[in-house]
Design a protein around this ligand. Structure first.
Ligand SMILES: C[S@@+](CC[C@H](N)C(=O)[O-])C[C@H]1O[C@@H](n2cnc3c(N)ncnc32)[C@H](O)[C@@H]1O
Length: 247
């Protein structure tokens, strides 16, 4: 099995002690689907106080991450390796989504850089292949963004999630939102599980799930339907979903 290698450059390596050691992330590492190498940027800060940040030219609030430790780190991490891309976590980047997770999950290795303070000295951008954002808000540092991105993409690596079908049925995988799920008890505070799910009729259950998935998408994210090409059967179901919702 192929092992995806992800190098993470951060001023706060301890941040990852939690996210990378539990649940699916722990499992992905144990199964050797992914190798997560967290590097402390201060290791490459050469002055006696291991300073990785400094005051901004032009004055003003906040500190700026110095270029030297970052470039030394990137040079060291790329030594002897070909075509290793470097992505900076940044609110100014392309917003992360399922498509990007899929693309990254197919790479052999890449480097993720966590910014902090006001961000990096702009000259470092010459060493950066792309900027990835979690959305239109500002985090204190890139660490939570890396944790989210790595979590989303390791789910897509073969063998990490026990049943591949559960990944394929998740929202966005086929361009739609997931259908609703139910578990025991059969009746909860007077609310019953839909009868079809108890029928044991797999064809009916599949049809119901697809219909509910289309209804969910119509209700919550109709924009997604403009981006996918549905087959004839699904178009009939979409018509039915629209009728049921009265939309
Ligand atoms: C306080 S932010 C700096 C924000 C920067 N001054 C700006 O306004 O574009 C510090 C670091 O957190 C990370 N960060 C903040 N918001 C982010 C977001 N929405 N997505 C990904 N990373 C983010 C980046 O690595 C950034 O360098």
């Amino acid at each position: 099995m192929r092992t995806l290698r992800i190098d993470i450059l951060t001023l706060f390596p301890d941040y990852f002690l939690g996210p990378f050691t539990v649940s699916m992330m722990k499992r992905a590492v144990a199964k050797k689907a992914v190798t997560l190498k967290v590097h402390d940027l201060r290791k490459w800060a050469t002055d006696k106080h291991q300073m990785a940040d400094d005051v901004p030219y032009g004055g003003g609030a906040g500190m700026v991450m110095k270029p030297e430790p970052l470039i030394k780190a990137l040079t060291a991490l790329k030594r002897g390796r070909k075509n290793v891309k470097t992505y900076l976590m940044s609110p100014q980047g392309k917003v992360f989504d399922h498509g990007m997770a899929l693309e990254l999950s197919k790479e052999k290795s890449f480097i993720l850089v966590c910014g902090h303070y006001e961000g990096l000295d702009e000259r470092v951008m010459n060493w950066i292949d792309g900027e990835i954002s979690l959305g239109d808000f500002v985090l204190t540092g890139g660490e939570p963004a890396v944790a989210v991105i790595v979590d989303a993409l390791i789910r897509l690596l073969p063998g990490v999630v026990g049943d591949q079908k559960s990944v394929e049925n998740d929202s966005f995988f086929n361009g739609l939102l997931d259908h609703p799920h139910y578990t025991r008890p059969r009746v909860f505070k007077g609310m019953e599980v839909p009868e079809v799910l108890l029928s044991g009729n797999h064809a009916r259950i599949e049809r119901w799930r697809k219909l509910e998935s289309l209804k969910n998408t119509l209700k919550k994210r109709p924009d997604l339907l403009k981006r996918i090409a549905l087959g004839e059967k699904d178009l009939d179901l979409l018509k039915e979903a629209r009728e049921e919702l009265g939309s």
